[in-house]
Design a protein around this ligand. Sequence first.
Ligand SMILES: N[C@@H](CCC(=O)N[C@@H](CS)C(=O)NCC(=O)O)C(=O)O
Length: 220
Amino acid sequence: MPALYTLVIGTANWSSWSLRPYLALSYIGADFQTLMIPLRVPGVSKKTILAHSPSGKVPVIKISERGKTLKVWDSLAICETLAERHPKAKLWPADAATRATARAYAAEMHSGFPNVRDQLDLQFAKSLPLPDLRDNTQAEIARILSVWSAALKTHKGPFLFGRFSIADAMYAPVVSRFVTYGVKTSPAVSAYMARVMALPGMIAWGLMASKEIELGLLTR
Ligand SMILES: N[C@@H](CCC(=O)N[C@@H](CS)C(=O)NCC(=O)O)C(=O)O
């Protein structure tokens, strides 16, 4: 019998968008398999992704049940679908006002921070020097650190809104970037980042990323 969920992802070292639903799936403890498509292979990656994903981008999840397969693409749409299908996992906070704020956090990440993405690209299993940051990148980093601090202060951890939520999944690649490039953070934020990095899903992702390095699959 095929797994209920097949998550199609990109190269683990680089695919920040793929990491988000992977973490949500791992947190739920759902039965899932991953299919990794190597990114940045000219003439091959796009064609292969298009064979699985109508948007031509990863991640996409295939949900196979009752003889049918539903495809859902886009990290946030996948996380929302998982939250709906697995209410017991409480991927969003139970309180309506807290849930609204957590959604705002997730959406702000999903649609923003282009300079952080550009200057601190995801290199999951690597440690790299911090580049000279542009003013707009510094401003985005300050915004991220300030919203993390505010949520941790209000909800008292261990995650942004108390227990793990989609907001943490959406920000997890930023946590990895800050670790890779050694971005300076407060003790409270550093402790939060350590908790995110210790999630079983992050550990498993790190193993995939290290394997890619070992196999010489990375071009940068
Ligand atoms: N908004 C999308 C972004 C997805 C995205 O940009 N994925 C990248 C990999 S991280 C991709 O598929 N790149 C391959 C391409 O554009 O050809 C999401 O949240 O899933």
